[in-house]
Ligand binder design. Structure first.
Ligand code: TRP
Length: 338
């Protein structure tokens, strides 16, 4: 784990608020691995537990999922020696900078965030202040480390853009402080849709468990869920407008096997949807098997994982503290005598 001034810095995070799906894996985690292997970036990957409590969580479950998410990162091939991987609440500077940034974020800006509008419509009973100021905490995550690029799905782009605006605003008042980050929408990161409603994004918090494939689902479950996947009344396996279900299954198959759409069409020419769905299920189960094995190994000896988390959090805290001190000085907080 080496943080080099000559390299650009990447920061990303996921919330531990549900079982990770193959959507998270194919859309994000698998690409983080490519970034790591390229070796041209400093990479920080965080489990954003503080963001999760903007909606009610079961405490024991949140704790478990936080560790599980980190185990999935590691089992997917993210090397804790090469990347800084940590839990957000282990690094207090995130909360501290978030407070400061709250004072440089406008009510109007936060009101325009589509995620806030969606989530408050869904959680009418609990439209709390944290849900509203969520993007200021996210901006703190990003700005603490001089992040240049933030690989995220398209749904988080608006939040990264707000982090940019906050950075620019702060820099205008106090002089150069923050690196102005950019969203980094990876070309290879495929959007994976729900198996039950293929117009909707595959989501780990979907109530219908048949709509998503969890990274840790067993082989039988995976094959069964693909069998049930919603398709159309046509019978040809081909990628075409209006065939959302089949297009999605082809995307998944292509991601796991490396085959192109043309190759897949040829492979299943004259064969029915049933055969194709079974092949997708098997390819997915085969690809996830080594990851699951590694995951079980990690979870059976937590001390290794806990050691990584503690070491990485210390290093992240050291980096974050430097930025926070600079910010505290700029806004005029009196330094405490050592
Ligand atoms: N809000 C992001 C999500 O729900 C997770 C997240 C938190 C994040 N902090 C971040 C993503 C910083 C990128 C950078 O997906």
């Amino acid at each position: 784990m080496e943080f080099s001034k000559d390299k650009k810095t990447i920061f990303s995070a996921v919330q531990p608020s549900g079982n990770l799906t193959i959507g998270n894996y194919l859309g994000a985690i698998k690409n983080w691995q490519t970034l790591q292997d390229g070796g041209e970036f400093n990479c920080l990957y965080c489990v954003a537990d503080m963001h999760s409590i903007t909606v009610r969580q079961d405490p024991a479950l949140l704790r478990r999922r936080t560790l599980e998410t980190m185990a999935v990162y590691v089992a997917s091939g993210l090397d804790p020696e090469k990347n800084i991987m940590f839990v957000q609440s282990h690094v207090p500077a995130h909360a501290e900078l978030a407070w400061v940034l709250n004072c440089y974020t406008m009510f109007g800006e936060l009101s325009r965030m589509t995620q806030f509008k969606d989530k408050s419509a869904k959680n009418e009973q609990n439209i709390n202040a944290g849900l509203f100021t969520y993007p200021a905490l996210m901006a703190a995550d990003i700005l603490l480390y001089g992040t240049d690029l933030v690989p995220v799905g398209i749904d988080q782009k608006q939040h990264v853009e707000l982090a940019r605006d906050i950075a620019v605003r702060f820099n205008q008042i106090y002089g150069d402080t923050f690196t102005v980050p950019e969203p980094y929408i990876l070309q290879t990161g495929k959007k994976i849709y729900s198996l039950a409603e293929p117009e909707k994004k595959m989501s780990k918090s979907d109530e219908n468990v048949n709509s998503f494939i969890g990274i840790l689902d067993s082989r039988d479950v995976i094959i069964k869920k693909f069998k049930r996947a919603v398709t159309d009344s046509d019978t040809h396996v081909c990628y075409a407008e209006g065939k959302n279900g089949i297009n999605n299954l082809m995307t998944i198959y292509s991601c796991f096997t490396g085959k192109t759409m043309e190759e897949i069409e040829r492979e299943f020419d004259g064969k029915g949807y049933g055969e194709f769905k079974l092949a997708v299920g098997e390819a997915c189960a085969d690809a996830l098997a080594p990851l699951q094995k590694q995951y079980n190994c990690l979870m059976s000896d937590r001390s290794y994982l806990e050691g990584i988390l503690s070491q990485n959090a210390d290093y992240a805290a050291y980096l974050a503290r430097k930025m926070l001190s600079k910010v505290y000085r700029k806004v005029g907080f009196l330094a405490k005598n050592k």
